[in-house]
Design a protein. Structure first.
Length: 400
């Protein structure tokens, strides 16, 4: 991280707490480190759901950018991500929205197909327009995502049309995988499928898009975290080079690229003492920041007090919610905290800014209505798009 205490102090003269700062150089550096480990045929795709605020910077640094909703596609459009880099993914791609994307972007972006319905929309558009629509069917891991192997084989056999082009295969099975062995098993399974499909249908994908779900170590020191990261990346690289499939591989990363780029700054609003216990109330809280696996403040992410870097007293830190669950730190070491001091949390560049599920994936907020016998149904607000909020293009007051 290049965000020094001096730079954070400068930000505090310009911004009210709480706020995030995302180090775009750090995020781009993660991609460079990956390229140093992987062979040339392996490309890196940034999944913007991890942090849509990094879209503009990483739209330049990454080989590809994955949008998992039409809200995220609009963010890519706003930030002028080159169309040839965009992969439109997502489990819920309705016909009307998908047709809208096809009319705007046609064959200039790549599409995943999570179901036969999605494939058929893409296929019909390709048939009607004659455009070379590149599609990567998603192979399921047994969850609600993707298609069964047999459904993909029906597509390869031409049973659902031949106008769209099966350009590649997409696979992703989850996040924060701490065991590289699971990733190895998944690549073995995919490699077997590709060899079967080559023999049966003469199909060789131009690209395998694989979401590794590589874990981020949120709670260890910097040296330990970087050592584990390097070891995992090298093991993944070795496995890719050992596969029978030797075409282009695109590795999707979201959390791994973005996590270390973000800091969250919150101010101490009140301090209390109960016997031998010290409590600090801050103007942020768990509704704004989180770390995967923290368990109600039991695990300590990187954090320090900007004004008092010494660590000699034990403090519990709570947010501003009227909830017993709003625990940021159960027991952490600081100096003598006072009202107005600032706590700086690290490794919160991925998911934390949008982990409040209402705004996650840049999908619309729901409409709100009331009902009574006297007034019947009364609209308080319609659907509210969040893509503007999630890329800095709009303030909430300007949305509707």
């Amino acid at each position: 991280m290049t965000l020094t205490a001096e730079k954070i102090s400068e930000a505090l003269r310009m911004a009210q707490t709480p706020f995030y700062i995302f180090d775009t150089d750090e995020a781009a550096g993660e991609i460079r480190r990956m390229h140093e480990v992987f062979p040339e045929r392996v490309k890196v795709c940034f999944s913007i759901k991890a942090n849509p605020y990094l879209t503009e910077a990483l739209g330049k640094a990454a080989d590809y950018v994955e949008a998992c909703s039409f809200g995220e596609l609009r963010i890519c459009e706003r930030k002028k991500v080159p169309e040839e880099k965009i992969v439109l993914s997502g489990v819920n791609k309705g016909k009307d929205d998908l047709l809208g994307a096809l009319k705007r972007h046609g064959s200039r972006i790549t599409y995943t197909a999570e179901s036969l319905m999605q494939w058929e929309v893409l296929e019909q558009f390709a048939e009607q327009t004659g455009e070379d629509i590149r599609v990567m069917p998603r192979l399921t891991d047994g969850s609600q995502f993707g298609m069964d192997k047999s459904e993909i084989e029906e597509i390869l056999a031409g049973k659902h049309g031949k106008s769209a082009r099966v350009y590649g295969i997409h696979y992703f099975s989850g996040t924060q995988k701490k065991n590289i062995g699971r990733t190895t098993e998944e690549l073995d399974m995919i490699d077997g499928c590709l060899q079967d499909w080559k023999a049966a249908y003469g199909f060789e994908p131009m690209r395998l898009e694989f979401g590794s779900g590589m874990a981020v170590d949120y709670f260890s020191d910097e040296e330990t975290m970087r050592s584990r990261e390097k070891k995992d990346l090298e093991a993944l690289s070795d496995k890719l080079q050992a596969m029978a499939y030797q075409g282009e591989v695109t590795l999707e990363f979201g959390r791994r690229i973005a996590a270390t780029s973000g800091i969250y700054v919150t101010a101490v609003a009140d301090v209390k003492r109960r016997g031998g216990h010290r409590f600090a109330i801050v103007d942020g809280g768990i509704h704004q920041v989180s770390w995967y696996g923290q368990m109600m403040g039991m695990k300590i992410p990187p954090v320090y007090c900007l004004e008092k870097p010494e660590r000699k007293q034990e403090w519990s830190v709570f947010g501003s919610l009227c909830s017993m669950n709003d625990v940021l730190l159960r027991s952490a070491q600081f100096g003598e905290l006072d009202i107005g001091d600032h706590l700086v949390f690290g490794r919160c560049g991925a998911y934390a800014p949008t982990e409040g599920m209402l705004t996650f994936l840049s999908r619309d907020l729901p409409g709100m209505w009331t009902w009574s016998e006297k007034e019947g149904l009364r609209r308080l607000r319609g659907l509210l798009p969040t893509d503007g909020l999630n890329c800095g293009a709009a303030e909430l007051k300007n949305i509707e």
